[in-house]
Design a protein around this ligand. Structure first.
Ligand code: NAP
Length: 552
C-alpha cells in the first residue's frame, strides 16, 4: 500500500474528520489512551492488528512467557477500585493472566465498542490543509483524525535473521514474538533455540522438559537472576492493597525500575553510592537484592550503571552465582557473560534456566566466534557441523522501539518519511513527538524512559498529558501541535549526554540498536530517569507548551 493511494481525490473528500483521535495498538498504553481521551469527551477509534487486546502480550505467547515486573506494580493505577478488586495469582503473572487482566479492563471500561480489531495500519499521512492524519490499513480501509497516537509498543516488530538456506528447511519454525495460538507440542522432537535473551531464558527450561533433545545456539550469554516467583497469598495481597496509594506514590517518585515486594515488605532502590558502603555492606547489599530475585539488582547502588568499579563488582558477584548453579564447569564457563557491563543489556529473570543445561537432553552451541552458517533442509550448520532439527525456535528479539513505527509508512509535512528521517537514528522530543510530524504522538517511544522504567506507568503518564493537551487545544482553538526543531535537538543532545555518562554504550544491546544489522548505533532510551523526564515534560505544558509550536 503506497502513500499515493491516499492521494487519490476520493481519499480526501471528507471535510471533517472521522475522529478526533486514532490510537494505534491495544496494549497497556493504547487502551489507557483510549479510555482517558474518551473520558475527556474526544471521539476516538483504536485500531489493532490482532484479534484481541493485549499488544505485546497478545503476540508473545511462547512457553514460559511472563512479565518480570511485580504484578502489583505492572498494572493500571488510574482506578482504585480496579486495583483493589483484581487479584493477581503470582508475584510475576504469566502471559495468560496478563491477557485475562487486559480483557477484564477492556470489558470493565467498555473499551471494545471503540476498538476495531484485525486492522493493521500500513500508512499514516499528514494532510497539511486539513491539519489531520489520514490512516490506511492493510485491507485498504481509510480513516481520518486530527490526532494520531502511536501506541505501537516497544518490543513488537520481530527480528528474524535471514539465514542462508532457511527457506529450504523442512522442519517447523517459530518466533517467540509470533507464537501460534494453538498449543505447540515438542514431545519427541529435536528442537533448536536460537538466542539466549529474556524470551529464550523463559522458554528454554519448558521446551527442554518436552523435547527429545534441545540444542541452544548462543551468541552472547545473558546475566540471569532467579525470578523467585511465588504465589500471591491473600495475606500478601491484603497487606499490599492496604498500602496501595502509598506504593503508587513511591512508584511515581523513583527514577528507575520500581518497588520490590519481599514477603510483603517493600524494598526501594538504594540511593547511596557504591563508595558510601564498606566492602561488607556491599556484599550484603548484592546478596540481599539477588535473593529477593528478578530485576532487584538494578536497585543496588545509585551509580551501579555509571561507576565501573561498582558495576564490575556486581558483575563478578553474579558470575559467581551463575557458576554455582551449573554442575558441568565447561558448560558453566560457556554460560558466563563477559566483555560488557552487567545491566547494560536487559537483566533476565529466570526459573531453572541454568539448571536446564545439566539435563542429558540439552546441548549448548557457542556461535559467537563461529556464527550460524545457515540452514540445511534438516537442521542448522555451524562450523561445518550439521545439527539435525525437527523444529527451530527463533528467540532472536525485536527491532526494538523504532521497528513498530518504521514498518508503518508514516509521512509528515511535505511528505517527509519518518523511516527515512530516522535512518541515522530516531529524532524525537521527549520520545513523544517529532518535528515535521504535527499531531502525531508516540507512547513509550524511542527517547523515552519506558524500557528502563515501568511502561504501564509511563503510558498512563503520557495518556494523561495527551488528554490535558487535547483539552487545552480545544479550549484555545488550536488545531495543530508540533515539536520545534530546537527542542528536539536539545532533547537528543541531553539523551546522548546522559547515556555517555553511563556504561550502556559499551554493550551491543537493543537499547543501542546494536542487535539489528545495519541499524544506526545510538541510544534509543532516555537514561536520565523518570523524575527528570516528568519534570521536563510538565515544564513544557506548564510554560504554555514550550518546545512546541501550536497553530490556530
Ligand atoms: P533479545 O534480548 O534481543 O535476545 C535475542 C537473542 O537472540 C540474543 O541472545 C541475541 O544474541 C540472539 N541473536 C539475535 N540474532 C542472532 C543471530 N543472527 N545469531 C545468533 N544469535 C542471535 O530478545 P528477547 O529475548 O526477545 O527479549 C527482548 C526484550 O524483551 C528483553 O530484553 C526484555 O526487555 C523484554 N522481555 C521481557 C520479558 C519479561 O518481562 N520477562 C520476557 C521476554 C522479553 P546477541 O545478544 O549476541 O545479540
Amino acid at each position: 500500500m503506497s502513500v499515493e493511494t491516499l492521494e487519490r481525490p476520493e481519499a480526501a473528500r471528507a471535510v471533517g474528520t472521522d475522529f478526533d483521535a486514532i490510537v494505534i495498538g491495544a496494549g497497556f498504553a493504547g487502551l489507557y489512551a483510549l479510555h482517558r481521551l474518551r473520558k475527556s469527551g474526544h471521539a476516538v477509534r483504536l485500531l489493532e492488528a490482532g484479534s484481541g487486546v493485549g499488544g505485546t502480550w497478545y503476540w508473545n505467547r511462547y512457553p514460559g512467557a511472563r512479565v518480570d515486573i511485580e504484578s502489583h506494580e505492572y498494572s493500571y493505577s488510574f482506578d482504585d477500585e480496579l486495583q483493589q478488586e483484581w487479584v493477581w495469582s503470582e508475584r510475576y503473572p504469566a502471559q495468560p493472566e496478563l491477557m485475562r487482566y487486559l480483557n477484564h479492563v477492556a470489558d470493565r471500561f467498555d473499551l471494545r465498542s471503540d476498538i476495531q480489531f484485525n486492522t493493521r495500519v500500513t500508512v499514516a499521512r499528514h494532510d497539511e490543509d486539513r491539519a489531520c492524519w489520514l490512516i490506511q490499513t492493510a485491507t485498504g480501509e481509510r480513516f481520518s483524525a486530527r490526532f494520531c497516537v502511536m501506541a505501537t509498543g516497544l518490543l513488537v516488530a520481530p527480528n528474524k535473521p535471514e539465514f542462508p538456506g532457511l527457506d529450504g528447511f523442512k522442519g517447523r519454525q517459530f518466533h517467540t514474538a509470533q507464537w501460534p495460538r494453538e498449543n505447540v507440542d515438542f514431545s519427541g522432537r529435536r528442537v533448536g533455540v536460537i538466542g539466549t535473551g529474556s524470551s529464550a531464558v523463559q522458554s528454554i527450561p519448558l521446551i527442554a522438559e518436552q523435547a527429545a533433545h534441545l540444542t541452544v545456539f548462543q551468541r552472547t550469554p545473558a546475566f540471569c537472576i532467579p525470578a523467585n516467583n511465588r504465589p500471591n497469598t491473600s495475606e500478601n495481597d491484603q497487606a499490599l492493597k492496604a498500602r496501595y496509594a502509598e506504593l503508587r506514590h513511591i512508584e511515581h517518585e523513583i527514577s528507575f525500575g520500581g518497588f520490590f515486594l519481599t514477603n510483603s515488605r517493600i524494598e526501594l532502590p538504594t540511593l547511596t553510592t557504591y563508595a558510601d558502603a564498606t566492602p561488607e555492606q556491599r556484599l550484603a547489599e548484592f546478596e540481599r537484592r539477588y535473593q529477593s530475585g528478578g530485576l532487584n539488582c538494578y536497585s543496588t547502588y545509585s551509580d551501579i550503571v555509571t561507576n565501573r568499579e561498582a558495576n564490575d563488582a556486581l558483575g563478578d558477584f553474579v558470575r559467581n552465582k551463575i557458576r554455582q548453579r551449573i554442575k558441568n564447569p565447561e558448560v558453566a564457563e560457556k554460560l558466563i557473560p563477559r566483555g560488557w557491563p552487567i545491566l547494560t543489556k536487559r537483566l533476565c529473570a529466570d526459573t531453572n534456566y541454568y539448571e536446564t543445561y545439566d539435563r542429558d537432553n540439552v546441548s549448548l552451541i557457542d556461535v559467537k566466534d563461529t556464527p550460524i552458517e545457515g540452514f540445511t533442509p534438516d537442521g542448522i550448520l555451524v562450523n561445518g557441523t550439521e545439527y539435525p532439527l525437527d523444529d527451530v525456535v527463533f528467540a532472536t528479539g525485536f527491532d526494538a522501539l523504532t521497528g513498530s513505527l518504521t514498518r508503518i509508512d508514516i509521512r509528515g509535512r511535505g511528505g517527509r518519511s519518518l523511516k527515512d528521517e530516522w535512518a541515522q537514528g530516531p529524532r524525537t522530543f521527549l520520545g513523544f513527538m517529532v518535528e515535521g510530524f504535527p499531531n502525531l504522538f508516540m507512547m513509550n517511544g524511542p527517547g523515552s524512559p519506558g524500557a528502563v522504567f515501568q511502561p504501564v506507568l509511563l503510558g498512563q503518564f503520557q495518556g494523561d498529558w495527551l488528554a490535558d493537551c487535547f483539552d487545552w487545544m480545544r479550549l484555545h482553538q488550536r488545531r495543530s501541535i508540533e515539536a520545534t526543531e530546537a527542542a528536539q535537538d536539545e532533547w537528543i543532545r541531553h539523551c546522548n549526554e546522559v547515556a555517555e555518562a553511563t556504561l550502556f554504550p559499551e554493550a551491543n544491546s537493543w537499547y543501542m540498536g546494536a542487535n539489528i544489522p545495519g541499524k544506526a548505533r545510538v541510544i534509543l532510551i532516555y537514561l536520565g530517569g523518570f523524575l527528570e523526564y516528568r519534570r521536563r515534560f510538565n515544564a513544557a505544558s506548564d510554560e504554555g507548551y514550550a518546545g512546541f509550536t501550536l497553530t490556530a
